[in-house]
Design a protein around this ligand. Sequence first.
Ligand SMILES: Cc1cc2nc3c(=O)[nH]c(=O)nc-3n(C[C@H](O)[C@H](O)[C@H](O)COP(=O)(O)OP(=O)(O)OC[C@H]3O[C@@H](n4cnc5c(N)ncnc54)[C@H](O)[C@@H]3O)c2cc1C
Length: 422
Amino acid sequence: MTHYFDAVVIGAGAAGLFCAATAGQRGLKVLVIDHSEKVAEKIRISGGGRCNFTNRDVSPANFLSDNPHFCRSALAGYTPQDFIALLQKHGVPFHEKHEEKGKGQLFCDRSAEDVINLLLAECAAGQVERWQPSSVKKVAYSGINNAGGPTNTGASSYQIDTDRGVVETPQIIIATGGLSIPKIGATDFGYRIAQQFGLRLVEPRAALVPLTFDGDAWLPFAQLAGLALPVQIETGAPDATPKQRKKATVFAEDLLFTHKGLSGPAVLQISSFWREGHSLRINLAPGQDLPASLLRAKASSKKLIANELASVVPSRLADAWASTDAALQRPICDATDKALTHLAERLADWQILPNGSEGYKKAEVTAGGVDTRDLSSQTMESKQPGLYFIGEVVDVTGWLGGYNFQWAWASGFACGNALSVR
Ligand SMILES: Cc1cc2nc3c(=O)[nH]c(=O)nc-3n(C[C@H](O)[C@H](O)[C@H](O)COP(=O)(O)OP(=O)(O)OC[C@H]3O[C@@H](n4cnc5c(N)ncnc54)[C@H](O)[C@@H]3O)c2cc1C
């Protein structure tokens, strides 16, 4: 038996559900298919269970893409204020993260489940049909729709072979996300469909992910798991010119030492920019005049250098740092000014080379994806007529802080409004 729909969304995550609701409420007969038993698992686990659903301040500068301007139109068409208004309409309580550094990040007061329920209610209002768990075996394109079904628009037609029968539709929306967290259903489905229809891909890579380290340079720090401190962090090519360095994105956030390396918001943020072979440059005591404090201490103290350092960085880090160099294992009054100035410079510009990342098992998102050169920034339709891509499967990746969900809402909304009504 063949089922007919005006539009079929594959992937019942943030982008897919929002797009389906938008199109359904415009009068389209919409089907959403997901292979998981539960919808929107990533929303459920996001933001520590409270879903950082948007950020008050969103601009294209908060996103990575080979085509940085692509996201502009969709982000302008559906803003954080629009999503906030929707939450208010559904009576969902939320709050802004109180810390200065997390400014603008909005979270549910109760649980991420509130956002999922909102999306399902919006889908119900648009009479969206959902099939799950349901697997898609094959997607075929037969050009002009001539199957004579009720959705015959004279436009292109797709046949989707599923475990519940064949679905025919003129419009198919791929919202299957990226490769992060395979154990809750992430697949490369979207990339395979893009390739099937001759669309280009920007090499996917794990992003917002902890970075790993090994080797002698890391050894002294391997025992610091659990230690957190505020830092400034950047990355770049080893041969970067001063001009390129000036342009590099710098984050001022907390860094966390882990058993395998470094994590925390600072490292998650910079991981999206990091490339193999590039070092991190970390200021371990931002906002402090380190040379002056160390030279002042030298004039008045007989304490070990590590003990004095402990007044500017956490004492476990100070001990680890001092253990890297025999010349630092002495009273500060015995150190030369030159040695102290050098120590201050190294602490303010710690250069350390990751050997990799914790990969898709731990990555919050996948950077790269369907190349935006093959998509319309107004509608998310690809060069292949009737085939759309939205959300994380597209080469648009937000910073940490609610930006990825805002992209899911905005791209889903742009697409849901562009789909044609029978
Ligand atoms: C631990 C964690 C915490 C996060 N916290 C935040 C946060 O607080 N704020 C924020 O902005 N972002 C956060 N993110 C990122 C955010 O969750 C994603 O960017 C967002 O969910 C992407 O939405 P999407 O709809 O494109 O994809 P997804 O939400 O990943 O949805 C894709 C859907 O497609 C389905 N699917 C996949 N393959 C197939 C297939 N072959 N057939 C059928 N269905 C398929 C999946 O089951 C899934 O339901 C977090 C991510 C993680 C992993």
